[in-house]
Design a protein around this ligand. Structure first.
Ligand code: KIV
Ligand code: NA
Length: 265
């Protein structure tokens, strides 16, 4: 199979082919997601929520992100693998940001990193790019800033925030990012941004005008049950399927029905 590259992702935007992306955090899941034909796998810091059970993405560490990324990279044959730089690993100064990106690339074998923010982290992004590491931006609802926002509601509904987002998007394009995530912003703003930048936009809760779409795999498979924002389409009800499977197993063990003769040596 031919590996997806930043060049191939850019060509998809150029010819109007939508880009498919999902998160994964481990080998077994990534193997399924990759074999099913996804273009981009993001090892998201949403692992902090769906894997570790934290309320926010802030607690996850660089070491933990690298551990998740290692499993994913071992599984992937085709997809382009992007890894989130976690909170605190890149905001302070550009040297720290570069060190974090280099650790991810060296220790996991991933293909790119993603950072949240615009102008505030411009120097960090430039420094990582100068080391030859592809960078994906992330604008709109940036969960590492949840305590600044105070809520997970739609961002950039006001003119001032929308204008800053558009300027940040143009800046990410100009300094050489290969793409950007747009999270939870109005559909009309996604359209304007996607038409204003040359690089692909990947939306989540950002409407149909982004150049691609991404979802958290546990959400789209229906493993997480309580999380149901309007942007989420569930493609399976794994919560029910897994609950039934486990309760049937418990029943069979209790009834001494499992294992049977054929399942024994
Ligand atoms: O961490 C994550 O899963 C993400 C995507 C939702 C874009 O950043
Ligand atoms: Na993230």
């Amino acid at each position: 199979v031919k590996r997806v590259t930043t060049h191939i992702i850019q060509e998809m935007k150029n010819r109007g082919e939508k880009i498919s992306a999902l998160t994964s955090y481990d080998f077994s899941m990534a193997r399924i997601v990759d074999a099913a034909g996804i273009d981009i796998i993001l090892v998201g810091d949403s692992a902090s929520n769906v894997i570790a059970g934290h309320e926010t993405t802030l607690p996850i560490t660089l070491d933990q992100m690298i551990y998740h990324a290692q499993g994913v990279v071992r599984a992937v044959k085709r997809a382009f693998v992007v890894v989130d730089l976690p909170f605190g690993s890149y905001q302070g100064n550009s040297r720290a940001a570069l060190d974090s990106a280099i650790r991810i690339m060296k220790e996991s074998g991933a293909h790119a990193v993603k950072l949240e923010g615009g102008l505030e982290i411009k120097e960090s992004i430039i420094r990582i790019l100068s080391a030859g590491v592809p960078v994906m931006g992330h604008l709109g609802l940036t969960p590492q800033s949840i305590y600044k926002f105070g809520t997970y509601t739609v961002r950039a509904k006001e003119n001032a925030e929308a204008e800053k987002l558009l300027q940040d998007a143009k800046m990410l394009d100009e300094i050489g990012c290969f793409g950007m995530v747009l999270e939870k912003i109005p559909s009309s703003l996604t359209k304007q941004v996607s038409e204003s930048v040359s690089i692909p936009t990947i939306g989540i809760g950002a409407g149909p005008h982004a150049d691609g779409q991404i979802l958290v795999i546990h959400d789209m498979l229906g493993i997480t049950k309580e999380f149901k924002p309007r942007f989420l389409r569930r493609y399976a009800d794994l919560h029910s399927i897994m609950t039934d499977a486990v309760s049937n197993y418990v029943k069979d063990v209790k009834a001494n029905d499992f294992p049977n003769e054929k399942e024994s040596y």
